[in-house]
Unconditional design. Structure first.
Length: 202
């Protein structure tokens, strides 16, 4: 019985094809792995989240949306707890010393908290109290105006609204007179959407 060249050639082609398929499969797996890794790294850098328990607990106490608090922290400090601004704002939520003193008295908190304001747990709790207070006291629950006030101060924002410069809505954010505050509000609510998408099912 002679050697079947045609059959052997077919086997070789089939084997080469199988090897090619295996290589393609491995390359595809590697591509998806590195794509996923790149995606995760990008999101961990763009949308970091630390101190989640503190944020959720303090937000619940003061009836705030935790994803909004996360977004404010992301814009203020990107979750760096030891940040001190050039203006003197302190900690994760960038609280000014005079604001801290006022909140300690207004909220009936222990004076020792003022000395521990760089502690993430304390900073988040005091920051949440302040945000909730200005939202309810100054803007009748308008959280967009409260976010603007977190940056510019309640008196300025109340003036803008009372004089008709801005109606206090996110839709008309371009009407905010201060560029810094305008950009601040845009950023906070951009991150709010992202944090809610990424962490609401966590």
């Amino acid at each position: 019985m002679g050697f079947d060249f045609a059959n052997e050639e077919a086997k070789l082609k089939r084997n080469h094809f199988l090897v090619f398929l295996k290589r393609c499969f491995k390359l595809t797996l590697l591509f998806f792995f590195f794509t996923l890794l790149s995606f995760l790294l990008e999101y961990s850098l763009m949308y970091p989240l630390k101190y989640e328990d503190y944020i959720r607990k303090s937000s619940k106490i003061y009836s705030l949306d935790p994803y909004l608090v996360m977004s404010i922290i992301r814009v203020e400090t990107c979750f760096y707890p030891n940040k001190v601004s050039s203006a003197g704002a302190l900690g994760l939520m960038q609280l000014m010393p005079n604001t801290i003193s006022y909140i300690i008295k207004k909220g009936g908190f222990s004076p020792i908290l003022e000395k521990n304001i760089m502690d993430p747990k304390v900073n988040i709790h005091i920051g949440c109290f302040y945000l909730a207070m200005i939202c309810k006291r100054d803007f009748k629950g308008n959280i967009v105006a409260a976010v603007a006030s977190y940056n510019a101060g309640p008196s300025k924002v109340k003036t803008w609204i009372s004089r008709g410069f801005w109606d206090g809505s996110l839709k008309s954010v371009e009407s905010i007179p201060y560029k810094e505050t305008r950009n601040y509000v845009r950023k906070v609510f951009f991150y709010y959407t992202k944090y809610k998408e990424l962490y609401s099912s966590a």
